[in-house]
Ligand binder design. Structure first.
Ligand code: ISE
Length: 352
């Protein structure tokens, strides 16, 4: 496969503001595990999208993924952003690269679906919020895929309907089988609990105002030094209390569940679903292996809605930069609490 690294900066033939009456040509930046999954989704499933390029600083990996999908390999992600044959970007590179890449895309006027986190600190996320505001149009969607999960959508509707009264507690469990190498104690908050932070804001329509993180005894299955599990308590503006058990080395499977306790009713989502079998070996069903399986349908819908929004010229149909910033601020407070043991309050400042 040729490894074209075209420096062409020709202006896209349609601007993002106008939308497209043809397929949107998308480049995926970062082709690790998640980027490859997204490349496959865009190439094989999402309607109205054409995967045209992949880009990663790992040259061999870029070339291999480009060959798999028969698309261009562009080794420098910033050149992929300004490339004249690329209309829109999916960013799935490591979090510390996001600020530069998203700001480059904003300067190029191209829509972006950026995997979480938007950036790795509240300060850098705020800079992105301000850059998009200065541009005067929305271009950046953040990849909080849980907002497209059927269970969470039902729960949100139920809360909004008021049928069960006001939410009092949200009890959340977030369990992974194992962690990748170099997963740190802070990453339980920044990489995993960040999803709860976003979904709580989505479910309640409120900001999170305070957080406290407790680290109980660590499981012997966790790598040496990793504080796993952790227990997080968050407060929302109107006084709903949220607790999260985050446990990322359970050894056997992937579980994400939430229980709402409201004034006149309770609802649970994320319970095991699908076939339940009975045989000589026992009774039971399957537990998903990982988040790609558990949230596969949510990712599919997220991508379809994003591509539809880009084609329609509105560019964002889901969480945006403010949501990315709010999540970064709550998670930074969570990391502080993990270090000090204190309850930490969160002040997002004026909404931009
Ligand atoms: C991973 O990065 C994700 O985004 C998953 O949804 C989450 O469950 C996992 O803990 C993270 O490491």
């Amino acid at each position: 496969m040729s490894t074209a690294t075209s420096a062409s900066t020709a202006t896209a033939e349609h601007t993002a503001r106008q939308g497209y009456d043809r397929d949107v040509r998308v480049a995926v930046l970062g082709v690790g595990m998640m980027g490859q999954d997204h490349a496959r989704r865009l190439a094989r499933l999402t309607k109205g999208a054409e995967l045209v390029a992949v880009s990663d600083v790992d040259v061999a990996r870029t070339d291999a993924v480009a060959a798999e999908f028969g698309v261009r390999a562009i080794h420098d992600p910033s050149l992929a952003i300004t490339d004249g044959e690329v209309d829109a970007l999916v960013i799935a590179t490591p979090g510390f690269t996001h600020e530069d890449l998203v700001l480059t895309a904003l300067r190029a006027g191209k829509p972006v679906l950026c995997e979480k986190p938007l950036t790795t600190s509240p300060e850098s996320s705020r800079r992105v919020v301000e850059a998009e505001a200065a541009l005067g149009r929305r271009l950046v969607q953040v990849g909080f895929m849980r907002r497209f999960d059927a269970g969470y959508l039902q729960l949100r509707e139920l809360i909004a309907s008021g049928e069960y009264g006001k939410p009092l507690f949200l009890h959340c469990a977030h369990r992974n089988a194992t962690t990748p190498p170099n997963f740190s104690s802070e990453m339980l908050m920044l990489d995993s609990v960040v999803h709860e932070v976003d979904i709580v804001r989505f479910l309640t329509g409120e900001e999170i105002t305070a957080i406290r993180v407790l680290a109980p005894r660590s499981t012997s299955s966790a790598p040496e030094g990793l504080l796993d599990p952790q227990f997080v308590v968050m407060e929302t503006e109107s006084g709903t209390i949220v607790d999260v058990e985050i446990f990322v080395n359970t050894t056997f499977g992937y579980e994400v569940r939430t229980e709402l306790v409201a004034e006149r009713g309770q609802v649970r989502i994320g319970l095991p679903e699908g076939a339940v079998s009975q045989s000589a070996s026992g009774w039971g069903g399957r537990i998903p292996r990982d988040f790609k399986e558990r949230f596969g349908a949510a990712y599919d819908l997220e991508f379809q809605r994003w591509v539809d929004a880009v084609r329609a010229g509105v560019n964002v149909d889901g969480p945006g930069v403010w949501d990315g910033y709010a999540a970064a601020a709550v998670c930074a407070a969570g990391v502080e609490s993990l270090k000090t043991g204190d309850r930490v309050e969160i002040d997002l400042g004026a909404r931009v």
